[in-house]
Design a protein around this ligand. Structure first.
Ligand SMILES: Cc1cc2nc3c(=O)[nH]c(=O)nc-3n(C[C@H](O)[C@H](O)[C@H](O)COP(=O)(O)O)c2cc1C
Length: 189
């Protein structure tokens, strides 16, 4: 864990629990001398651009946490620079829960899973939504994928504040159809 993730996630009540359960000192060291963990490096870029989906949490104005899964072709979540991510938000069921929540609080938590590699990456950030107007159209054109029926409504820009890699424990390897095909292919040949 990096310093910046610890700074954002370790609230006074979290720290109190760490004290009660004996892990506070270990985490205090990370807060004081860990890696910054706020600028995406090559490992993070590669991992993010290989994903075909991720979970995104937002918070409603009534305080409820909310999670939605976002899926698309590999790489649809783009690394725009070492602190910025973006994706084109497509017209879907038109509930607009995440978009509504982000009008009140721009903060999101992203959760990216690699079941085969047994890795997970958590990202905390603030979101800017671009919708309507030339700047939005320009960014949507850059972010949209080649899916024929996709109708992008807006661009999501996520300003990364912190990230954290989790340990591989407890991740059951799962394979997509494509990954199974790739694994079986040499034997069929
Ligand atoms: C026809 C249709 C197509 C959809 N395509 C996608 C898609 O490609 N990727 C995705 O993450 N969600 C897709 N969704 C789901 C939604 O777009 C959902 O509305 C969006 O994730 C916003 O959810 P929220 O209101 O819970 O925030 C689709 C939904 C429908 C009805």
């Amino acid at each position: 864990m990096g310093r910046q993730f610890a700074k954002l996630a370790f609230t006074p009540l979290v720290k109190r629990q760490q004290e009660l359960h004996g892990s506070r000192r270990q985490y205090q060291r990370i807060e004081e001398s860990g890696e910054p963990g706020s600028q995406l490096g090559e490992d993070e870029r590669e991992f993010i651009e290989a994903r075909d989906g991720f979970y995104m949490a937002s918070v409603s104005e009534t305080g409820w946490p909310y999670i939605q899964f976002r899926g698309g072709p590999k790489g649809f979540l783009r690394v725009l620079d070492d602190q910025t991510l973006g994706f084109a938000d497509l017209r879907g069921n038109r509930q607009y829960i995440s978009v509504g929540n982000l009008q009140h609080d721009d903060r999101v938590a992203l959760f990216l899973m690699d079941y085969v590699g047994q890795q997970r990456l958590k990202i905390l950030g603030r979101t800017t939504i671009l919708e309507g107007g030339d700047a939005a159209q320009e960014l949507i054109a850059k972010l949209r994928t080649s899916e024929p029926n996709a109708l992008p409504e807006r661009a999501f820009v996520i300003h990364v504040e912190a990230f954290d890699w989790n340990c591989p424990q407890h991740i059951t390897p799962r394979f997509t159809e494509e990954e199974i095909r790739d694994l079986l292919e040499p034997r069929n040949g």
